[in-house]
Design a protein around this ligand. Structure first.
Ligand SMILES: NC(=O)c1ccc[n+]([C@@H]2O[C@H](COP(=O)([O-])OP(=O)(O)OC[C@H]3O[C@@H](n4cnc5c(N)ncnc54)[C@H](O)[C@@H]3O)[C@@H](O)[C@H]2O)c1
Ligand SMILES: [Zn+2]
Length: 396
């Protein structure tokens, strides 16, 4: 073999996640300080602001507050064009309409590679806008302002952007770290109850495989979390986001080129359930059901005690999250459980060999390479017949 030229380089990535309350309030210095630290190359810095229509509806004064905030910053910043409002939620990730709209608007506003795009919204919206930002001029700096529990503790603090395509969840996307992430807990106060609860599932996910103390904390505070205690939710978001960030930083594989994907625990069935339900199940709800299935599987193959599993299921339920769904028992014309195609999709995605993360006692994980469909049959049938786990929590 003759190597003509070896091209090897490393790009250091660095971004911070900030936690605040009322980021655009006149007395809040955080954002101006963040921008100063980032020391943008342009003066004035052109910024295109993109807003999730769901957030706009819940915060009718937000546009005005944003414009006032920009006006206060003087010459350094330039809000380029009107604030762009785009309907959020899962439909905005369906195909490339939103990334395309970002490209068109960024082009018409004459943004350059040094300009900023600021995206304010939920996880689906951030995924789609992030893809557009990553494509424009091969990538412009993106400041994320996640506005849901799930996007503040999971999706919005990570490095993935993307859309659903041809029926494939997140089929088309890029790894593109944001410039910074600003988690403003005030946004959480206007979420629907379902969206408030949905993001809690991702906290259980990461706690079950990485942090037993956090898991017990979740179970202990489940009722108050469900009752929308904001201070507790702020703590949940922070602890969960930090676990995610630590994973991205320390796993040695931030862009998931290897096969191991622990943060996808519970997701093989969750992604399937989301699409089988026509996305009437929210991502976090589907994750909660997916966790329940994998937890019970872990008991069946001897990784987890029945008591450990009950503790997690009770915690999820006490938070108001589902741990079962009739779609788990939906079958094709050959009598095969439809969710099992989720396993095939995961296998395909990773090049033919299955890699799934399961808890190996609470707070630890193990990777498995097979998943016994007979055991799945047994679990989903038993769930149907005997679904009486209380909401007592694990008591620790
Ligand atoms: N990129 C990743 O790494 C990653 C990880 C996990 C999940 N995800 C994706 O995240 C998406 C789910 O995100 P989500 O749970 O944030 O839901 P979502 O983005 O679908 O938002 C839910 C609804 O809440 C509205 N909304 C957003 N903020 C609001 C606020 N503050 N007040 C009132 N309404 C508000 C939205 O307009 C939307 O209608 C899924 O598409 C999932 O695949 C991505
Ligand atoms: Zn998820």
């Amino acid at each position: 073999m003759t190597v003509l030229s070896r091209n090897s380089f490393v790009i250091p990535y660095q971004y911070s996640v900030y936690f605040t309350h009322g980021v655009f309030s006149p007395g809040n210095p955080l954002l101006a300080e963040v921008l100063e630290q980032l020391s943008p190359a342009l003066n004035p810095l052109p910024v295109m602001v993109v807003l999730d229509a769901g957030v706009q509806a819940a915060w009718p004064d937000l546009q005005q507050n944003l414009r006032a905030w920009f006006a206060q910053q003087g010459e350094h910043l330039q809000l380029r064009g009107p604030i762009l409002v785009i309907p959020g939620g899962e439909p905005c990730k369906d195909g490339f309409a939103v990334p395309q709209q970002i490209l068109t608007e960024a082009w018409e506003r004459r943004l350059c590679r040094q300009s900023h795009i600021w995206a304010i919204g939920g996880g689906a919206f951030l995924d789609a806008v992030g893809l557009g930002a990553a494509l424009f001029h091969r990538g412009v700096p993106l400041l994320r302002f996640p506005t849901t529990v799930l996007s503040q503790n999971d999706s919005g603090v990570g490095v993935k952007n993307g859309c659903n395509y041809a029926g494939g969840k997140n089929l088309a996307g890029v790894f593109a770290p944001p410039l910074a992430v600003i988690n403003d807990s005030a946004f959480l106060t206007t979420l629907s109850d379902r969206d408030w609860r949905s993001g809690i599932a991702e906290a259980f996910k990461v706690a079950i495989i990485k942090d037993q103390a956090f898991l017990h904390w979740l179970c202990q505070h489940a009722h108050q979390l469900r009752q929308r205690d904001l201070a507790l939710m702020e703590e949940l978001v922070q602890r969960c986001a930090i676990l995610h960030l630590q994973h991205i930083q320390n796993s040695g594989d931030p862009f998931e080129s290897g096969s191991s994907r622990p943060l996808d625990f519970g997701h093989w069935s969750a992604h399937r359930l989301e699409s089988m339900s026509g996305f009437s199940l929210k991502h976090g709800e589907a994750v909660s059901i997916g966790l329940a299935l994998d937890l019970q599987y872990a008991v069946e193959i001897g990784l987890l005690s029945a008591a450990e599993c009950r503790c997690c299921l009770a915690g999820l339920r006490a938070c108001g999250l589902p741990t079962d769904h009739e779609l788990l028992r939906a079958r094709d014309e050959n009598g095969q459980l439809l969710i099992l195609s989720g396993l095939a999709e995961f296998r395909e995605h990773l090049g033919g060999k299955l890699h799934l993360t399961l808890p190996d006692h609470l707070g630890q994980k193990i990777e498995v390479h097979e998943y016994d469909v007979q055991v799945v049959e047994k679990i989903v049938t038993a769930m149907d017949n005997h679904n009486d786990i209380g909401e007592t929590g694990c008591g620790k």
